[in-house]
Design a protein around this ligand. Structure first.
Ligand SMILES: [Zn+2]
Length: 247
């Protein structure tokens, strides 16, 4: 019998689990119509595993593929730099300086930085610690990024732009065609010259929507430490994703 309509491929679940030596590993599934074969990758920044399925790849073929590579998946995940959850006693960088988290069990919340002791004291109930800290870091990131964007916009004669925060893993910042600026809140962990450079970079895109020599000239004028900041991000950027991960 002829089918009148070609059936869409069965919708995929968003992940499957593979088992290796008794441990179970979650593998995300992504269909990519342009892919010609199955591919597998471990993303360091998000600490997860993704299988890309070609247009007609079936779920069972994806499962076989993942299971055949289970040992590789396990080995790669174990080699990732360790996640640092936001818990009492954990160390993490804040504006480029290492702080230790001190949690005080209290119903009424508050966060203070004891700069002398390089300590960040969070008073809240334990179950809220990680969320409180994430919220605090985002708030501080917004403050610093808004200030830096404002300064760089003023240098170029622009009105200050709105800043949006993301938790993107692929880019530290972006500038949309409409001129809105987006940044990863994790930049608050990097040294201030790195955050400042990212702000300058995105503001420079308001002038040049490309990475031409002219664009870099504007960026470097705004942020003289551009090369140093790029090198810092190359060497340390991906490690910023391990803080507060897996909470
Ligand atoms: Zn750019």
């Amino acid at each position: 019998m002829l089918r009148l309509f070609r059936r869409d491929p069965t919708p995929l679940p968003d992940h499957l689990d593979v088992v290796h030596e008794g441990a179970s590993y979650r593998v995300l599934l992504k269909r990519m119509p342009t892919a010609r074969r199955f591919t597998l990758r471990v993303r360091n920044a998000t600490r997860d595993v993704v299988i890309t399925l070609p247009k007609r790849g079936s779920l069972s073929a994806a499962r076989d593929f993942a299971q055949r590579h289970a040992a590789w998946i396990a080995a790669r995940l174990h080699r990732l730099p360790q996640a640092v959850p936001f818990v009492h006693g954990a160390h993490f960088p804040f504006r480029g300086e290492e702080l230790v988290i001190e949690h005080i069990e209290r119903l009424r919340g508050g966060i203070e930085i004891l700069a002398e002791e390089k300590r960040l004291r969070v008073s809240c109930s334990g179950e809220h610690l990680s969320r409180r800290l994430h919220d605090y870091l985002k708030m501080e990131a917004r403050k610093d990024l808004e200030a830096a964007v404002k300064t760089h916009c003023a240098s170029l004669g622009f009105a200050p732009r709105k800043v949006s925060l993301r938790d993107t893993t692929s880019r530290w910042g972006s500038c949309s065609a409409s001129g809105s600026l987006n940044f990863s809140w994790r930049l608050i962990m990097a040294p201030p010259f790195v955050l400042d450079y990212l702000a300058a970079h995105e503001v420079a895109h308001l002038v040049h929507m490309n990475h031409s020599d002219e664009f870099w000239a504007v960026t470097k004028k705004l942020a003289p430490r551009t090369d140093h900041a790029e090198a810092w991000l190359y060497a340390h950027g991906s490690s910023l994703h391990r803080y507060g991960a897996g909470d």
